[in-house]
Design a protein around this ligand. Structure first.
Ligand SMILES: Cc1cc2nc3c(=O)[nH]c(=O)nc-3n(C[C@H](O)[C@H](O)[C@H](O)COP(=O)(O)OP(=O)(O)OC[C@H]3O[C@@H](n4cnc5c(N)ncnc54)[C@H](O)[C@@H]3O)c2cc1C
Length: 398
């Protein structure tokens, strides 16, 4: 079980740091089963920012040169890249959401329920479905094989596969998940698909799986074009805090100390703190019990680590609905609420609804974005390769 606390995330980081150099470069693509130690397993912590990208990179580079840990560092930046790319193309997210709702409300393909119940008849897929449902995690290479078999062998809609992952992954992330599925389907890099093969699966699972009968060609899917991309705003702070400021953390960012250290003038003026989350917003269908439990645990952990200027611990709000936040703001006499910026995804949508509801009560909503995101996202306007060239410069900056 993955423990949903910052302390557990930091333990996992420190345990992994010695392996983030040549070991990772050599072994990272192998999936030898749930007891794996060749990858970090840090994704649920990074996804909720119980541990930050900056901390992970700092810890790794205090032990290895950038050259030695290049592969690992690049993987962490894939996360940043996907988020920055989607940030500039919110229409891609909106269309995915609409497609999932339509598909789930319509006539589902006859074999969909069997596949997600682990009865596809392909032993590897059935084992991976079981591992995903039970642990909330799959290895990266396995996610690629899974998505490829889902789309090209089982011929199921990619959006339903992305939704299934999103409902079950502890690290389920609007950008990394949606865009990785699009990449496998040949939509992200137009015409370039990912085809899973028996040989590749057998080799990288050390012979644990060698499914036969897989599709032998993967023709890229097609879609209507999207509107032109929009640039990332340059300011990290959007809005002006008032006199009586509250801090509201959410599931996109649960580490107040490092966030506020980037805004020292704000840190001293916080008179109340609260934490809220709603993992059910990931999908119109139910999210898994492990995702709900991990998120609730992460929220409780964040509340225990977060205090206002007078040292009072944070309140865990019963619900993420605007009414619950408004009640808290009124009880604390707040005129403005600061929240970590939420990138494109369900939390962003929730905060936009909250902004309107708070505005009607005369309470302002102020978003603060981490420097890590503000600096890197503008470079995610094209492919990963030009973005990758920026990594040394991004790491050198503070
Ligand atoms: C179809 C598909 C769906 C995916 N969905 C998600 C998702 O919802 N959330 C998510 O965090 N990752 C997703 N990934 C990316 C990747 O599989 C996971 O981040 C990784 O397996 C997490 O394991 P780890 O922490 O041991 O990774 P490590 O190999 O130890 O990498 C360290 C960190 O780098 C980041 N990272 C690594 N690889 C990638 C990648 N390819 N893309 C983006 N970030 C990466 C993660 O934050 C990870 O914790 C998906 C990949 C595919 C192919």
């Amino acid at each position: 079980m993955t423990t949903p606390t910052r302390a557990a995330g930091l333990d996992a980081l420190h345990e992994f740091v010695p392996h983030a150099g040549p070991d990772y470069r050599r072994d990272r693509n192998h999936d030898l089963g749930p007891a794996r130690t060749n990858v970090s397993g840090l994704s649920p912590y990074l996804r909720h920012r119980l541990v930050t990208e900056q901390e992970v990179i700092d810890a790794v580079l205090s032990r290895h040169s950038l050259h030695a840990a290049e592969k690992f560092v690049q993987e962490v930046f894939w996360r940043t890249y996907w988020k920055g790319w989607l940030e500039q193309r919110p229409a891609v997210w909106r269309r995915y959401r609409a497609d999932v709702s339509d598909l789930l409300a319509g006539d589902l393909p006859a074999h969909y329920e069997d596949v997600i119940a682990g009865r596809s008849g392909i032993d590897a897929m059935d084992a991976w479905v079981g591992e995903l449902i039970e642990t909330g995690y799959l290895h990266n290479h396995t996610r690629m094989w899974f998505a490829s078999i889902w789309i090209f062998t089982l011929e199921l809609p990619w959006q339903l596969g992305a939704d299934f992952f999103y409902r079950h992954l502890l690290d389920g992330d609007a950008a990394s998940n949606t865009l990785s599925w699009r990449w496998v389907a040949g939509l992200q890099t137009r015409g370039k698909t990912y085809l899973a093969t028996t040989e590749n699966i057998a080799r990288y699972t050390d012979g644990r799986f060698a499914p036969t009968g897989l599709a032998t060609e993967a023709r890229g899917l097609d879609e209507e074009p999207f509107p032109a991309s929009t640039p990332v705003p340059s300011d990290d702070v959007d809005g002006r805090p008032g006199e009586r400021v509250g801090l509201l953390l959410h599931e996109e960012d649960l580490e107040a100390e490092s966030l506020l250290s980037e805004h020292p003038s704000l840190a001293g003026s916080i008179r109340a703190t609260a934490v809220t989350a709603d993992p059910e917003q990931r999908s119109p269908a139910a999210v898994s019990a492990p995702v709900r439990a991990f998120t609730a645990g992460a929220v409780a952990d964040a509340a225990s680590r977060t205090t206002d200027a007078s040292g009072r611990p944070a309140t865990v709000l019963d619900s993420a609905a605007p009414s619950s936040v408004i009640e808290w703001a009124a009880a604390e006499g707040l005129d403005s609420i600061v929240v970590p910026y939420a990138p494109v995804g369900p939390v962003h949508e929730r905060l936009e609804v909250l902004r309107a509801s708070l505005g009607a009560e005369g309470v302002g909503l102020v978003t603060i974005r981490r420097r890590w995101d503000g600096r890197a996202w503008p470079y995610a306007s094209r492919g990963f390769f030009p973005f990758r060239e920026r990594i040394p410069g991004l790491i050198g900056q503070r």
